[in-house]
Ligand binder design. Structure first.
Ligand SMILES: [Zn+2]
Length: 384
């Protein structure tokens, strides 16, 4: 079972917006109280925090029962992450569960509990949202507000796991049953058979926007800031269109070949992005997420298994002999195994390793996939 978050825009009246804002304030205040209580008690346990402050939270912040329950759950979640233990919750979102949220397909509305009562609001849905929401009974959601004061609701939808028996039949480490996708900057996506998706137009557009942006930033006037915002929207939409096309082709291919899709776990990419702080990289971080979620939901719709794998060593490991060394990767694009001499495009090597399930510390996995090795080796050396 996998859970997708379907992002929709609720259509709110001023009054409803007020009710949601007030609920966000109360929810955040309750979260912060619960965090404080947990810290004082030295616990991260949902149950213990609940016993200590549930009644107070309801009384002090006017929350309904399950809004208080959700605030406590949020607080416990935050306390469990060492890095976030000192943080506070800002009044920009609310968590919902089945008792305080529901979705009705007949008129595409959601019902939400607020501190001033229940409201039922229409949501704006495109084809993507329609396909994923229709016929389902989502049980949780999150409502949030952006800095530009735009409201969104993310509805959590559970989608089917791969058909039963898939695992035995296909074997977790049998790469011939999985398409591995390596995400990169030069090639947006590379598959384990060497197919690479890049976009010259995208690169061009990006560079052009980048230049305009720099000169506007130097200007720094209010008007310039306005143009900047519009520009980033345009650039984003363009990237989204490209990602849509790439994800379509990958998932169609997987469906046609009866394979699943494996991708690097992108939380790793985000961490790497955070290290290199340039604007450009951050933009790419966003683009990776967008591409991943597009692949994920298209897989869900097509009944194609989708899996994320540990990305560690995927760029340094030789998929043929399992030898893992940083020096295997000669440059951004070249891979040459220092042990067996396998040469191929580095992105393709990454994709092959991902198709193998990103077997960290398990070089023997590479050797298990005999049938494909010859193909790869031949194929790989052709592409150098
Ligand atoms: Zn090797």
């Amino acid at each position: 079972m996998q859970t997708l978050t379907i992002k929709c825009k609720p259509i709110l009246s001023d009054e409803e917006r007020g009710a949601i804002d007030a609920t966000m304030e109360a929810f955040a205040a309750a979260c912060n109280d619960a965090i404080r209580v947990g810290r004082e008690m030295g616990t991260t346990s949902n149950v213990r925090i609940h016993h200590a402050c549930y009644k107070d939270l309801r009384a002090n912040h006017g929350l309904t029962a399950n809004l208080a329950v959700r605030a406590i759950a949020r607080a416990a979640g935050i306390l469990k992450v060492r890095k976030r233990r000192r943080s506070t919750v800002r009044p920009t979102s609310i968590d919902y569960d089945a008792r305080i949220f529901s979705f009705r397909e007949a008129d595409w509305t959601v019902s939400l509990s607020t501190i001033s009562g229940r409201i039922r609001v229409p949501i704006r849905v495109g084809d993507y949202q329609k396909q994923l929401l229709s016929g389902r009974k989502p049980k949780s959601a999150v409502v949030w507000k952006t800095r530009q004061n735009e409201y969104y609701i993310g509805i959590h939808v559970d989608v089917e796991a791969p058909p039963p028996g898939f695992e035995e039949k296909h074997g977790t480490h049998d790469a011939s049953r999985w398409i591995g996708v390596d995400l990169g900057i030069v090639n947006i996506a590379t598959l384990d058979d060497g197919t690479a998706f890049s976009s010259d137009t995208l690169e061009e557009t990006r560079t052009r926007y980048h230049r305009t942006r720099r000169s506007l930033q130097r200007k720094g006037t209010r008007g310039a800031r306005c143009v900047l915002r519009r520009l980033s929207g345009k650039e984003r939409r363009f990237q989204q269109a490209v990602n849509h096309e790439i994800s379509r082709r990958i998932v169609d291919k997987a469906a046609a070949e009866g394979k699943g899709v494996r991708l690097e776990d992108l939380s790793g990419i985000r961490d790497r992005m955070r290290v290199r702080k340039s604007q450009r990289r951050r933009h790419h971080g966003w683009a990776f997420y967008d591409l991943r979620s597009k692949i994920e939901y298209k897989c869900a719709l097509a009944g194609v298994p989708f899996e994320m794998v540990d990305p560690r060593y995927t760029s340094r490991r030789c998929p043929v002999c399992g030898h893992t060394e940083k020096a295997n990767r000669k440059s951004q694009s070249e891979f040459r195994c220092r042990s067996c001499g396998l040469e191929a495009h580095a992105d393709m090597i990454g994709a092959i390793n991902i198709s193998l399930g990103g077997a960290v510390n398990r070089p023997e996995v590479a050797l298990r996939t005999f049938g494909r090795l010859d193909d790869w080796t031949r194929h790989a050396s052709r592409r150098v």
